[in-house]
Design a protein around this ligand. Structure first.
Ligand code: FAD
Ligand code: MLT
Ligand code: ZN
Length: 476
């Protein structure tokens, strides 16, 4: 490694404002959103186009300097935070934020990696088109980060995750070459799927510089409802009733436990549950319709009436305006912020087959409570996808930092053991990053893990792309 030669080469390549070296300037890039991971860096670089990005990677390859790609820095497992060595370079894609093209006939949009997700949604909406990826961090996360983590969010039920919404990629490889795979094709069976290899690889195989995204017709209207249910079993029955009756009109099905909404009431009292006292489970259901307002309204009313008759719902309200629907969504999206304000917590972003979810929760809750009486379990998530954000917080009144330091591994291991027993995944949508790196081999199995390592070594033999994220590999 020759860091000083690399710094000299970066200086020759970039404008001073594209290269941050002062600690105060670098600081926001060195800590993750949850304040769970802290790092140090040689410098933070902000390329403004693919050619500059490729040149940066070539310099890193020549001088064997590791680099950490970063988008909006909203990731929840430490993937975008450099290590403690002070020898890694953070490469922020923020300045590469151009929408390169919108093809209205092909219904695609070509964007640079640093485009903010909300900007992409708004650009599509100007043409009455929908880019369906939607998540609480959409005002600051970038599409490159969304693709690198294969982000999920609240529309996966109907439109799929980031992978399903991407047709093509432009990627800078570990050698600093540019792979131009920016094709807007819905069918392309030409050998190994490189696009799918880079999506979800969390910056460890290549740096995404641009992407072709799929657009959809904008629904004519949306109806949003909050539904009280007595249990997880009832909530899953409600989901299946909506799937059966509303079919593809069902675009959102988000679950919030009383514990998670109690936290909203405490941290953001103005966002308290419009259903009144928090029932065991509150579900946010959204239907999107292309036919008429009346069609969707009648349908949601009919399904809710049946759910109340069946006893799988105990109360329900339908938003009477877009503004009220937005308040329902705000309550849901603010749970993560309410948790952050409450103090450090232990996050788990898991998927369990819906048929096993009820038993998983009952078993895991009981084991945790036996080991840690009074521990707080704050569950919510994208139930329509079987994706549960199973979060554990220290007992009320105790010091969360001390609790986490002493018990983080025990809690993770206990929960991941149950995830295995019930046939689930340790990451539904947030990825592996640093947080779950030690759990990956046991979860994937040795064969899959070795194959992943072989791919990493083939594509990045010097291990300069986001080392020690997803996989631990010794640098050459
Ligand atoms: P970053 O945090 O900057 O980076 C994430 C990872 O991608 C890192 O490993 C980084 O090295 C890599 N990376 C970034 N850009 C590139 C690139 N151009 N090329 C290669 N690698 C790159 N996630 C969900 O899936 N669903 C949710 O519902 C959801 N809700 C959230 C709500 C809140 C309030 C917050 C704070 C986060 C939420 N997240 C959610 C997590 C986060 O927003 C997503 O993981 C998002 O996709 C990260 O995008 P980013 O641009 O911030 O990426
Ligand atoms: C969400 O669904 O709100 C996010 O994935 C964030 C989280 O898990 O806290
Ligand atoms: Zn989520």
């Amino acid at each position: 490694m020759n860091s000083s030669a690399a710094l000299t080469a970066f200086q020759a390549l970039l404008q001073p404002q594209q290269m941050l070296c002062a600690p105060v300037d670098m600081q926001p890039y060195l800590i993750d959103w949850r304040k769970r991971f802290f790092g140090k860096a040689l410098t933070v670089l902000l390329p403004s186009n693919t050619a500059e990005l490729a040149q940066i990677v070539r310099i890193c390859a020549e001088f064997q300097v590791a680099l950490v790609p970063q988008g909006g820095n909203t990731g929840l497992c430490g993937g975008a935070t450099p290590d403690q060595s002070g020898q890694q370079v953070v490469v922020s894609l923020k300045r590469m934020n151009q929408i390169r093209a919108i093809d209205l006939i092909n219904q695609t949009m070509t964007v640079e990696a640093g485009c903010i997700l909300q900007t992409i949604q708004a650009a599509a909406a100007e043409h009455n088109l929908l880019f369906p990826l939607s998540l609480g961090a959409e005002g600051s996360c970038c599409i490159g980060g969304n693709l690198a983590t294969n982000a999920g969010g609240t529309n996966v039920l109907r439109y799929g995750n980031a992978r399903d919404l991407c047709l093509g990629l432009e990627v800078v490889t570990a050698r600093g070459e540019v792979w131009n795979g920016l094709r807007g094709l819905r069918k392309d069976n030409t050998g190994y799927d490189l696009r799918d290899l880079f999506i979800g690889s969390e910056g460890t195989l290549g740096i995404i510089s641009a992407a072709v995204l799929k657009l959809y017709p904008m629904p004519l209207c949306q109806w949003t409802s909050l539904v009280a249910t007595p249990s997880i079993t009832a909530t899953i029955e409600l989901l299946n009733l909506f799937k059966q009756k509303a079919t593809s009109l069902l675009t959102g099905f988000e679950m919030m436990t009383a514990e998670s909404l109690n936290l909203i009431e405490k941290q953001f009292p103005q966002m308290a549950n419009p259903l009144g006292e928090n029932p065991p489970i509150t579900v946010l259901v959204e239907l999107s319709d292309h036919e008429s307002e009346a069609h969707a309204r009648n349908l949601i009313e009919e399904i809710l009436a049946e759910a109340l008759d069946l006893g799988i719902a105990s109360n329900a309200i339908i938003a009477s305006s877009i503004a009220q629907a937005n308040t329902f969504w705000q309550m849901r999206e603010h749970i993560t912020l309410a948790q952050a304000q409450e103090g450090a917590n232990l996050k788990h972003d898991i998927t369990i087959p819906l048929s096993a979810l009820d038993e998983f929760i009952a078993t895991t809750d009981a084991l945790l409570r036996k080991r840690f009486p009074k521990v707080r379990i704050i569950n919510f998530g994208h139930l329509g996808d079987g994706n549960l954000h199973y979060n554990v917080a220290a007992p009320a009144g105790s010091d969360s930092t001390i609790f986490n330091q002493a018990n983080e591994k025990i809690v993770h291991d206990l929960i991941y053991e149950m995830v295995e027993r019930f046939g689930g995944s340790i990451s539904a949508e947030h990825g592996i990053g640093q947080l779950k790196i030690n759990n990956l081999r046991a979860h994937k199995g040795a064969v899959a893990h070795d194959l992943m390592q072989a791919i990493k070594t083939a594509l990045d033999p010097q291990n300069i792309l986001n080392p020690n994220k997803v996989l631990s590999i010794k640098s050459a």
